[in-house]
Structures are given as C-alpha cells and as structure tokens.
Design a protein around this ligand. Structure first.
Ligand code: AKB
Length: 314
C-alpha cells in the first residue's frame, strides 16, 4: 500500500497553517511537507522553501518526498490583488498551472485547489447563489480563480487528474491572521474587541457576506479530499456555505459578550468588491455529493473567537 505523502503549497497562510496541523494529525507528522516562500517562526514539522511559480523547484520537492497529494493554497487574495492586477494574475495562474502540470507528469493521486465566492460577480443571484450560474468576477483574484476552476476541470477531463476544489466564503479563525481579503474584517473585529479597542470597519454595516468558521472549513476540505472519486461530480469547484451575516449583526453579537465594544463604519474600495459578491450561498451539491453540513452558528463563532483570543492575550 502506498503511503499518502502530502505537499502543502502556501502553508503559512490563514488556512494553510491550520490545515497543515490537521493533516499532520491525520496522516502523521512525517507525511506532511509544508512549503512557502519563507519558513515560519516556530513551525513544527517538515518544511521546504518554495516559490510555486518555479516549476523545477516544485517538481524537485515532489520527487524528493514522493508526494502523492498536493494542497495548493498559495494565492493573492481579493483586496491585495487589486493593488497589482497583472502580478496577481501571473502568480495565481502560474503557480496553479505548475501544480497541475507536476500533478500530470508525476502522476499525483489528488490535488486540492481552493476557489472562492469571488468567482461570482454582479450577474450571479445575490440571495441564495446557486452552484451553476454566471461567473463574472469583479476582481483579478476572482478572475484567476474562475479560470483556475476551468483549468482544474480541464485537467480532470483531459488527463484524469483528480483535482478537487471548494469555493470558500470568508474564513474566520483565531489561529491565524487573514492576508488581504475583503472578508478580513470579520477576524480583525475580534482582535480589536478583545483588546478593548474600537473597530473601524471598511465595509458598510449592512453588507451581508457568506462566511465559515475555520473548523468547518477544515472539516469540509478533509471531507472533500477523502470522498470516493465517483462521488465528486463537480470538477470545477463546489459552492460551500457556513453562514451569512453583516458587520452590524456580528458587532451586536460581540456586544453581548463585550458590552463596551464600539464599531464605526468607513467603507473603502473593498465595499465595491463585497457588493459584487453573493450574500448567501447555496451548497446543496456539496451536501448531496459528499454529505457536507456546516456546524457553527454566529453565536458559537463569537463565543469561541473571544474565548480563544483572550487566552492568547494572557
Ligand atoms: C477574500 O476576501 O478575498 C477571501 C475570499 C472570500 O476568497 N477571503
């Protein structure tokens, strides 16, 4: 029997750092190789410095460890991506094409490719956005991810490469910091609240967006990657829902635990990005194909986030 050997590309990011630990717990420390542009201080495990836009560097790590699965998490997100659109396109697409090519050449068993709600734009239904609808993304990040979904589908159909993908909403966790997205406010707000500082939100108070708690995001990722091949019927990317709320609703919930918490609203360029995204995601295909079900309510998330971040402060 072949041992599962996993390479995580972009392991230092918000999702990557938590997913790395989950995979180490599941598959064994020695079977998970984390990689990123730079090593992370205090990281416990196997690590390789890797710029995934460099095909040779990627291939040599895959060969060195006889990698059987790749989680390709490296990407420039929606807000940061707008600062330099062409560079964002280059990095997001080149790294993906390298991962797909190495997957094809080295006969990798399974690849995970994260997509996002940013693939949707103004033509997609805002309330209850279905799996199959218009993809007219408003950001270069969204454009790269919708193209990436099609490349994943192409490699599956043309070469039989088992690429699996989820369209993540904003991910909320206490373990790591987000890196330049439009949904980042939903993490920033907690860091300010537990520090007894006011929070100035860069989105308007009634901006409803889809979100998911980190534990649910990890659960969904592992569940998708462990599902039998025949169960995966969508080879572009699956809609994934946790919950949806506005900045005002999360602030109200935080005030139930921290009554003195103060929030102000100063929408910036990220408001237009958020306004182009759906408010609620329909993920019935994920539910039907591989039994996805989210577990965390807004109340749960607020209580856990405040508890855990307070612990980190002590
Ligand atoms: C972002 O805000 O860019 C990301 C995402 C929704 O993909 N969190």
């Amino acid at each position: 029997m072949n041992t599962t050997k996993i390479l995580i590309v972009g392991a230092n990011g918000q999702l990557g750092s938590v997913l790395t630990q989950a995979l180490q717990n599941k598959y064994g420390f020695e079977n998970v190789i984390a990689s990123d542009l730079r090593p992370k201080l205090g990281f416990d495990g196997y690590f390789e410095e890797l710029d995934a836009t460099n095909f040779q560097a990627l291939q040599s790590i895959v060969k060195k460890y006889q990698i059987t699965q790749i989680y390709h998490l490296a990407a420039i997100l929606s807000a940061n991506g707008e600062k330099d659109p062409l560079r964002t396109w280059e990095i997001n697409m080149r790294s993906l094409l390298n991962v797909l090519e190495v997957g094809r050449i080295e006969q990798i068993d399974r690849i995970f490719y994260p997509s996002t709600i940013a693939v949707f734009g103004n033509l997609a239904p805002k309330e209850v956005c279905p799996q199959f609808t218009f993809l007219d993304p408003s950001t270069v990040y969204g454009i790269s991810k919708s193209s990436g979904e099609n490349w994943a589908n192409y490699y599956f159909n043309r070469y039989g490469l088992d690429v699996r993908s989820l369209r993540y909403p904003g991910v909320i966790g206490y373990q790591s910091l987000p890196g330049g997205g439009t949904t980042d406010y939903a993490i920033d707000i907690f860091h300010k609240a537990v520090a007894d500082e006011p929070y100035t939100c860069f989105l308007a108070k009634d901006t409803r967006l889809p979100m998911i708690f980190m534990d649910d995001a990890i659960k969904a990722t592992l569940q998708l990657m462990e599902a039998p091949k025949e169960a995966i019927k969508t080879r572009t990317s699956y809609n994934l829902a946790g919950l949806s709320f506005t900045p005002e609703e999360i602030a109200t919930e935080i005030k139930k635990v921290i009554p003195n918490f103060v929030i102000n609203y100063e929408p910036d360029f990220r408001q237009n990005i958020a306004a182009s995204w759906p408010q609620i995601i329909d993920d019935k295909e994920a539910q039907a194909d591989w039994n996805w079900q989210s577990s965390y309510t807004l109340k749960d998330i607020v209580e856990i986030m405040i508890h855990e971040l307070k612990q980190q402060l002590t």
